[in-house]
Design a protein around this ligand. Structure first.
Ligand code: 0WE
Length: 256
């Protein structure tokens, strides 16, 4: 089954083999898409290089700090040269300073608020603006969100506010880009054990909480996020845009 045969895509947010971005990229690749990748900073370069080498020697791999407009311009210029037409974009990028994810939201500094929103929400707008001119045959943009965008999850703090902004940005982008047949959606994933979750105190308790409270008695796997990401990228989702799709074992429907 080649749901994405003939499609090209660009993936932001692979850090290592456990990354959600990597799971979705693999699923897109298996569905027949040709992909380009970016990585954040020299620290991740070797790791991502090694992962991406599995996709063949001519896979486009470029550094991109999503807070730098020059980086974003350079990446899409290269993607345009390589692919001509672009169909898919994955945004799987988030950051808030660690201290902002510890104490109380009340103590969020102006600087932490700004950084969290710049990296985790505005970046989708910046990427979409550069990607859209390459999506001349329509396209599908996908961003990752989390339940803390709509309800209070203790310690998620400013990231919850940034994810709310990301979800709202998804709706406004969907409106602007709809006439070009470019769809923009979010997957709201249940907790997954990735680099971004490492060191978050109480993370294992969160997984346990899903086992006792979610209808499916668990959160989700990265493979399932890949499968949902492939669906949203495919023509089967051709009338779905501006949505947040929960891939969370059903947790989000519960009131108690
Ligand atoms: O969006 C996220 C986490 C994103 C994230 C992770 C870090 C850790 C390292 C953003 N910034 C940073 N900054 C760092 O310095 N998740 C959905 C995972 C997550 O993070 C939490 C969670 C969950 C779930 C933080 C507190 C409470 C729950």
């Amino acid at each position: 089954m080649s749901l994405l045969a003939g499609k090209t895509g660009i993936v932001f947010g692979v850090a290592n083999k456990r990354s959600i971005a990597w799971a979705i990229a693999q699923a897109w690749h298996q569905a027949g898409a040709k992909l380009a990748f970016t990585y954040q900073g020299e620290r991740l370069k070797e790791n991502v290089e090694e992962l991406v080498s599995a996709f063949g020697a001519d896979t486009l791999l470029l550094p991109c700090d999503v807070t730098r407009d020059e980086d974003i311009r350079r990446v899409f210029a290269a993607a345009g040269d390589k692919f001509g037409t672009l169909h898919l974009l994955l945004h799987s990028v988030a950051f808030a300073p660690r201290e902002a994810l510890e104490g109380s939201f009340l103590n969020t500094s102006r600087d932490a608020f700004k950084t969290a929103h710049d990296v985790s929400a505005y970046s989708l707008v910046a990427l979409a603006r550069e990607a859209a001119p390459l999506m001349t045959a329509g396209g599908s943009m996908l961003a990752m969100s989390y339940y803390g965008a709509e309800k209070v999850v203790p310690h998620y703090n400013v990231m919850g506010v940034a994810k709310a902004s990301l979800e709202a940005s998804t709706r406004y982008l969907a409106y602007d880009l709809g006439p070009k047949k470019i769809r923009v959606n979010c997957i709201s994933a249940g907790p997954v054990n990735t680099l971004a979750a490492r060191g978050i105190s109480g993370f294992n308790a969160m997984l346990k909480h899903y086992e006792t409270h979610a209808p499916l008695q668990r959160s989700c796997t990265t493979d399932e996020l890949g499968a949902t990401g492939t669906f949203l990228a495919s023509d089967g989702a051709a009338a779905i845009t501006g949505q947040v799709l929960y891939v969370d074992g059903g947790y989000q429907i519960m009131g108690m």
